[in-house]
Design a protein around this ligand. Structure first.
Ligand SMILES: Cc1cc2nc3c(=O)[nH]c(=O)nc-3n(C[C@H](O)[C@H](O)[C@H](O)COP(=O)(O)OP(=O)(O)OC[C@H]3O[C@@H](n4cnc5c(N)ncnc54)[C@H](O)[C@@H]3O)c2cc1C
Length: 305
């Protein structure tokens, strides 16, 4: 099994070359573009290959991957568009924002999952991109939501709110996740049911896709998905912090509570969620890790503000 997983990225590249480009894409309603025909004109530019709108506040898109870009699943990069030209100088500067790469490290393309902030300098424009358009992508990946920042463990928890699921969309497609842990639990909380759809579809894809089955087989059963809503009524409601504090999360999943001996956690959400989660996890005896000093849990902001 371990050998098969180690060969996974190469095997996947081979398999995907033999199949249509949309084969790897869980959001297969995308419009695709002939990349060879698209000519980049911006510095560090990449070409948009597909776009999918999930709600009036959320969309995902895929872009070409720079040949030189290496990253670890879970990391983020700076992406953006050219800003408006300065009225005095006539020169335009890039308008860049941090974005988690939602696709895994082995994928031939890069996927992003984005908010649409109505007056947001970047996303008020980015939400209108179409296949064939160019975006700027600085190829310097960084981040703490990586396997290297955690000590070995048996069970891995991903706690996300909103677009904070993006780094975990990468990590649940990363073979090392299945190799290193016996159980992987993805908890995603949003206000409304429609906002959960990207994650729900992705988990379903990971579990049922023929190629993933071929490569990971029974290991895919290690992945469990725990979605909750905080506003719209749904099968499971409540903030993940409340469900953790009350222990309902563990009883609903039928698992033992989190312990520093067995459990590792990654958290990605608003400042409020991250602060609350840190307090909860440290209360359970987990210590915060970093690339240079791995420990039992890691946290990253899903956005600033
Ligand atoms: C490490 C890191 C990784 C990030 N990864 C992603 C990602 O994968 N996807 C993504 O959509 N954004 C991500 N962001 C946020 C992103 O950098 C931008 O803030 C976002 O794209 C909005 O840009 P903007 O210029 O339109 O508005 P901004 O001026 O950047 O933001 C305006 C306001 O909108 C709100 N806001 C911004 N981003 C979000 C968000 N994602 N969810 C909810 N509210 C938000 C905040 O209140 C913020 O003050 C990340 C931020 C950081 C720090």
């Amino acid at each position: 099994m371990a050998e098969r997983l180690r060969a996974f990225p190469d095997t996947i590249r081979l398999l995907t070359k033999e199949r249509a480009p949309a084969r790897l894409d869980p959001m297969n309603e995308h419009v695709t573009v002939n990349i060879a025909a698209a000519r980049p004109t911006l510095p560090d530019s990449q070409t948009v290959t597909s776009v999918r709108h999930w709600t009036d506040r959320l969309f995902s898109f895929r872009v070409t991957r720079p040949a030189s870009l290496r990253f670890r699943s879970g990391e983020f990069v700076m992406i953006g568009l050219m800003g408006e030209p300065d009225p005095k100088t006539g020169k335009a500067k890039p308008l860049l924002r941090a974005y988690s790469i939602a696709s895994p490290a082995w994928d031939d393309e890069l996927e992003f999952y984005s908010i649409k902030v109505p007056d947001g300098p970047l996303t008020s424009r980015l939400q209108h991109i179409q296949p064939g358009d160019e975006i700027i992508l600085r190829p310097k990946p960084v981040g703490t939501l990586v396997h290297d920042a955690l000590l070995p463990g048996k069970r891995l928890w991903f706690f996300a709110t909103g677009t904070g699921i993006a780094p975990f969309a990468s990590l649940i497609r990363e073979p090392q996740t299945f190799e290193d842990y016996n159980e992987i639990i993805l908890c995603h909380t949003c206000r409304d049911v429609a906002e959960l759809e990207y994650g729900r579809e992705l988990v379903e894809h990971v579990k049922t896709d023929e190629m993933m089955q071929e490569l990971l087989g029974d290991a895919l059963k290690k992945l469990r998905y725990f979605p909750t809503t905080t506003r719209e009524p749904s099968a499971r409601m409540g903030r993940i912090t409340d469900l953790l504090r009350s222990g309902e999360l563990f009883s609903e999943l039928g698992v033992m509570p989190i312990s520093p001996q067995t459990d590792r956690a990654m958290v990605c959400g608003s400042m409020g969620l991250n602060t609350d989660m840190k307090a909860i996890l440290e209360g359970l005896g987990l210590r915060e890790g970093a690339n240079s000093d791995p420990a039992e849990y890691v946290v990253e902001k899903a956005f600033v503000g």
